[in-house]
Design a protein around this ligand. Structure first.
Ligand code: SF4
Length: 472
């Protein structure tokens, strides 16, 4: 695999209704609604806006059987020209909801961290080899009937692992590590392969872009060793919003796309979901345009000139120039290019040359990229979920208030997560967490520890600030 010239990794194809993912298909764009599926009209209109923005498929959270059943009503409520738009049900913890969704959706996402294993309690369990094998047999007994049903309905499957939602079984044996994440997925994938179920797309996501990139690379290597080439869905979870969310996503997704990895992408932003699509499209089109045109490949040229100069690549300041006049376009392209180089060991610092941007705009983008790759911290690090049907407060508005109150706290990692079901696990290594605990109720965390429970929402941002001040 060449790290710099765009050449797409060959993968098998998954059929998601009328849309193929992987194989010779273009890289597909997707987003996810943040409505409850029980709000039929609200969900249908949001899907239409996402499709209008250019998504090839749309995902919805279906936390229970009731939410999964509502999908057929949503399909009926869509504008006639979207009758065949593939819908994807996102299921955690509830296999019955996944079974229900198979009947209506073109694809169902399950999380190997919580489909067969119980929700994690952060417990270390000491398994002997034979006890571990017995757990794998239980997993197989739960997964095989589900695969059989998916075959009957012709529904595709996404196996989606997230850093932070691994089962206690996996963490006890492999640690909360890239190897643990890959193994969590491979256990399921080996069963799919053995059962002849190949309509599968895979994802491994993390909010830390370094972990996300390394883990996806490890997954690709592991699959290659085992003779598998299933298509990959890329994304950086909890990337946040505004510039920060765009930069983290462009660094993580852009680095992997530049290496030829990725068959469908989702840029997760804590904003209206349709706003994710233009970012994803720019990223995809920018990188895939390099195919067959190595002279257009900015990172390749920079990397080659570093190599030809004979200097130590890790000591170079990397300078890349952009003629674009739009600030967001420069930011996304620069994050993808500098990210590819920095995450592959080139350069110590970066210099963005973009004549159309002001000095302050250029500096901001450079700082954002250096922080996304964890080389230099100049502001707080926000980890924020994109919101979904489980979200218990207005995430975009709350994130803006938290940012306004904490913008001076350089290097502090603050998580804003919409629900207590997935939030605490997925806020990764945040120093402090603001998590929706119930309607109008917020629970605050210091690291993984709950420090204040069920605070009324209108007091919660001040309480978070107090907590941070008490724990400098
Ligand atoms: Fe939805 Fe956010 Fe909860 Fe994830 S953490 S399930 S995106 S509300």
């Amino acid at each position: 695999m060449n790290r710099f010239d765009y050449k797409r990794r060959r993968s098998t194809e998954a059929r998601v209704g009328i849309v193929g993912i992987g194989g010779d298909n273009p890289i597909r764009l997707q987003s996810m609604t943040n409505t409850s599926t029980t709000d039929i009209e609200g969900s249908a209109r949001q899907i239409e806006r996402i499709a209008e923005a250019g998504a090839d498929l749309v995902r919805l959270t279906t936390q229970g059987v009731k939410e999964a059943r509502a999908l057929s009503e949503i399909k009926k409520a869509l504008a006639p020209h979207l009758a065949e738009l593939p819908l994807v049900a996102d299921v955690h913890f509830n296999p019955q909801a996944a079974y229900e969704a198979l009947k209506t959706c073109e694809k169902v996402r399950i999380n190997p961290g919580n489909f067969a294993d119980p929700a994690h309690q952060f417990k270390t369990i000491g398994y002997t080899d034979s006890e571990y094998e017995a757990e794998l047999s239980k997993l197989k007994a739960k997964l095989v009937p589900f695969l059989d049903k998916a075959k009957t309905f012709g529904t595709a499957l996404r196996l989606g692992v997230n850093h932070g939602s691994l089962s206690d079984r996996i963490v006890s044996r492999y640690g909360d590590t890239p190897q643990g994440m890959v193994e969590s997925l491979m256990e399921y994938l080996r069963i799919c392969k053995a059962e002849g179920f190949h309509n599968v797309v895979l994802s491994i996501k993390a909010s830390n872009v370094i972990i996300m990139v390394e883990t996806v690379k490890l997954l690709v290597e592991t699959m290659e060793k085992e003779g598998m080439a299933y298509p990959l869905h890329l994304g950086v979870t909890e990337a946040g919003n505004d510039d920060e969310g765009r930069i983290k996503s462009a660094v993580g997704i852009g680095t992997l796309l530049a290496m030829g990895i990725g068959d469908t992408i989702r840029v997760s932003l804590s904003e209206a979901p349709e706003r994710e699509i233009p970012v994803a499209r720019l990223l995809r089109d920018y990188i895939t345009a390099r195919e067959g045109h190595p002279e257009l490949n900015v990172p390749a040229n920079v990397a080659r000139s570093i190599e030809e100069s004979g200097i130590n690549p890790a000591d170079a300041i990397i300078k890349i120039s952009y003629e674009d006049t739009d600030r967001e376009t420069v930011m996304i392209k620069a994050a993808a290019d500098f990210g590819t180089l920095l995450l592959n060991g080139y350069g110590k610092d970066i210099e963005l040359d973009a004549p159309a941007l002001s000095e302050a705009e250029r500096r901001d983008i450079e700082d954002g990229i250096m922080q996304a790759v964890r080389r230099r911290f100049t502001k707080p690090d926000y980890i924020a979920c994109p919101s979904c049907g489980r979200t218990l407060f207005n995430l975009e508005e709350t994130l803006a208030r938290v940012k306004a109150a904490t913008s001076h706290l350089k290097g502090v990692k603050i998580a804003v997560m919409g629900c207590i079901v997935n939030g605490p696990g997925e806020m990764a290594d945040a120093d402090f967490g603001y998590v929706g605990a119930g309607p109008g109720k917020i629970t605050l965390y210091k690291g993984k520890e709950i420090v204040r429970k069920n605070i009324p929402e209108h007091e919660a941002v001040d309480a978070l600030l107090e907590l941070i001040k008490e724990n400098p």
